[in-house]
Unconditional design. Structure first.
Ligand code: ADP
Ligand code: MG
Length: 639
């Protein structure tokens, strides 16, 4: 049995480093937090090679006395706690006194500092945990910490570092969060001497949000505020149409510290219940100002999570504040206003949208026509066939009680028909009253050729029937799905055409998005979207997919980046392609509220067969529900 031994200080520091320093961004977080604790007004961050080569954080804060420098890099030495009670009312970002020691253990580390009143500065170097001597040096007031070759002595850690762009993305993320908590502080971030972020001091959170994420996002936010006893909630939440596919833009600042909190995130989602479809997350920048003694920040190694004394009360405060706010805000009007402001900025107008929709429909139809032509030539038997309407089978469709979105073919013993659709009613029932739009516009001839009839109600649903019962179709969902399937087939057939832009379009992104975009340059290119770096967080779009003509290139790029920055496994080309097709389909599809002509309804129903054997489903929303005759009979007590 091996004997129990005390660990060496160096090993203790390495273990601590393992918890606190996960990647370069963790170092940046600790160093910037120290600068903020020292009440810096300006913090300059310089990074080389994603932080693995160099991280330098310079501040103009209080500085450290020369004699204290060895203590600053010693573990469990801090100026931020003086008595045991302090731990339960932490007012600073740091308090454990182990960050510098941990960082210096796994890097080549140098700190230079000069307090206001000192005549000269002092510096100290630590290499892999071995501390040198304090030496005088000239330096401006404040502190500069340089961390070179992070993880040089822990190769395993080093191996886990991702690409430069990914690490830079994490760093900009960290800096953004810290900057949101401290709008009054000037932040700059440079990568390989190239400026990435410059955030001059401002007075309000909303100005900082605008500086970080753009004016247009800032315009789409609603201000919220409430106070309950001594807990103050303030900040901004996004209009429903500003939602995202991930929770990255849900920023929660507890006493100036960005935290994660599942319960509060849940409250946020709950407040938007009914306003967002599944898989969409609201944008939120919320500050919670809570007396320090009501929260324990000492529960997580990087202090990313905290424990509230009364979490339940915070949950309901957040939920009720948002609900009340939504009740008193006309969200639709706000959304329209916001989008008309965007129109004014030249983004989109209804006419462009219509033209664009037509383009995509024509484009996709081109493919459809080919299929039809092939089918009508007997010499090409075996090719996808479209039987004459009389032979079409009514489509067994998803029932109300089936999981949304899947049109499961009914009897599994039957092979699904090659092509199906909303066929003629089995008994050839006559058309309905003329008060509504129906498809019975044509003469006898046309009727024979167009057995697809339906009633459009509320300009959003199509009511029809099949063998099983009454079918209610969501016109947007169906069209979206049809377009998606058409696009998908077309794309599976060959490479995407792309067209060069006469004038390359610059797109301003946030730092994380910019990093993600450049890192995935090649994938985008295989989709026909060619981008190039343009300095700062701007990328240039040089070519883009021909089938997307009509959609703003910037919009396309942003939509494609979204899944990349949502974390987790990076999506591959197929996922991205799929996202792109979803986006086109959704944008080009008729909308709820669009009044359809008889022909349009016919065309739509005639193409519904494309959907029935689909393996993909754009947004997971059902396209139709069936009220079976059995159910109806039961309802009307006919059984
Ligand atoms: P903690 O922040 O938990 O106290 P650190 O290891 O991060 O622990 O820092 C140790 C000590 O070094 C701090 O308590 C502080 O006194 C001093 N220090 C570190 N960075 C700075 C800085 N940028 N400006 C002034 N003092 C600093
Ligand atoms: Mg610290």
């Amino acid at each position: 049995m091996p004997r129990i031994q005390r660990l060496s200080q160096s090993l203790i520091n390495k273990i601590a480093a393992g918890e606190v320093i996960e990647r370069p961004a963790s170092v940046v977080k600790e160093l910037v937090e120290n600068a903020l604790d020292a009440e810096a007004r300006r913090i300059d961050i310089a990074i080389e090679r994603g932080g693995s080569q160099l991280i330098r954080v310079a501040d103009d804060g209080a500085g450290i006395e020369a004699d204290d420098l060895p203590l600053a890099v010693a573990s469990h030495a801090t100026s931020k706690l003086s008595g045991p009670d302090d731990l339960f009312r932490v007012g600073t970002l740091g308090f454990r006194g182990e960050a510098l020691a941990s960082i210096a253990e796994v890097s080549r580390f140098r700190i230079r500092s000069r307090p206001e009143e000192a005549t000269s500065g002092a510096e100290l170097t630590v290499v892999g945990g071995s501390v040198g001597d304090v030496a005088p040096c000239g330096c401006p007031r404040g502190t500069v910490v340089e961390v070179r070759e992070l993880f040089y002595n822990t190769p395993v850690r080093r191996k886990f570092l991702r690409t430069v762009q990914t690490e830079l993305g994490h760093i900009t993320d960290v800096v953004s969060r810290l900057a949101l908590g401290h709008p009054e502080v000037h932040f700059t971030l440079a990568h390989n001497d190239r400026p990435v972020v410059n955030l001059p001091p401002v007075t309000t959170l909303s100005e900082r949000i605008a500086a970080l994420y753009g004016e247009s996002l800032a315009r789409n936010l609603i201000e919220v505020e409430s106070e309950d006893d001594n807990v103050r909630l303030s900040g901004f939440v996004g209009l429903p149409h500003e939602s995202r596919s991930n929770t990255k833009l849900q920023i929660l600042l507890l006493n100036g510290r960005a935290i994660r909190d599942r319960a509060l995130q849940h409250a946020l989602q709950e407040a938007y219940r009914g306003l967002l479809t599944t898989g969409r997350y609201p944008v939120a920048f919320l500050r919670l100002d809570v007396p320090a003694e009501l929260v324990d920040v000492n529960v997580h190694p990087t202090k990313a999570e905290v424990r509230f004394q009364d979490g339940g009360r915070l949950y309901s405060q957040l939920l009720s504040t948002l609900r009340m706010r939504f009740l008193s805000t006309d969200l639709t009007a706000r959304a329209e206003q916001a989008s008309s402001e965007e129109d004014a900025a030249g983004a989109h107008d209804p006419e462009t949208a219509r033209r664009y929709r037509q383009q995509v429909v024509d484009w996709a139809k081109g493919r459809l026509e080919e299929i039809r032509e092939t089918a009508s030539r007997p010499d090409l038997a075996g090719a996808p066939s479209v039987p004459p309407p009389e032979e079409r089978q009514p489509l067994p469709m998803g029932r109300l009680d089936r999981p949304a979105g899947e049109w499961t073919p009914g009897g599994s013993d039957q092979r699904p028909p090659a092509v199906s659709g909303y066929g003629p009613p089995p008994s050839g029932a006559p058309g309905r009253d003329s008060g509504h739009q129906t498809t019975e516009s044509g003469g006898e001839e046309q009727r024979a050729a167009s057995p697809f009839r339906a009633l459009q109600v509320h300009n959003r649903y199509l009511v029809t029937e099949n063998e099983e019962g009454v079918v209610v179709i969501d016109q947007h969902a169906l069209h979206e799905r049809i377009l998606y399937e058409q696009l998908r087939r077309r794309v599976d057939d060959g490479p995407l055409e792309s067209q060069g832009l006469l004038v390359p379009e610059p797109v301003d992104l946030d730092p994380v998005e910019a990093a993600a975009a450049l890192e995935n340059q090649e994938v985008f290119e295989s989709l026909g979207l060619k981008i190039e770096p343009f300095g700062g967080n701007t990328v240039l779009i040089v070519r883009y997919p021909a089938m997307l003509a009509g959609l703003g290139p910037g919009e396309i790029l942003r939509a494609l980046i979204e899944p990349l920055v949502s974390g987790g496994k990076p999506p591959d080309r197929r996922d991205l392609l799929d996202d792109m097709l979803h986006m086109i389909a959704c944008k080009a599809a008729i909308k709820a509220g669009d009044r359809l002509s008889s022909e349009e309804i016919e065309t739509l129903l005639a193409q519904s067969h494309l959907v029935d054997d689909a393996h993909h489903c754009p947004h997971g929303r059902p396209t139709a529900v069936v009220f079976s005759r059995k159910e109806l009979d039961k309802h009307f007590r006919r059984t």
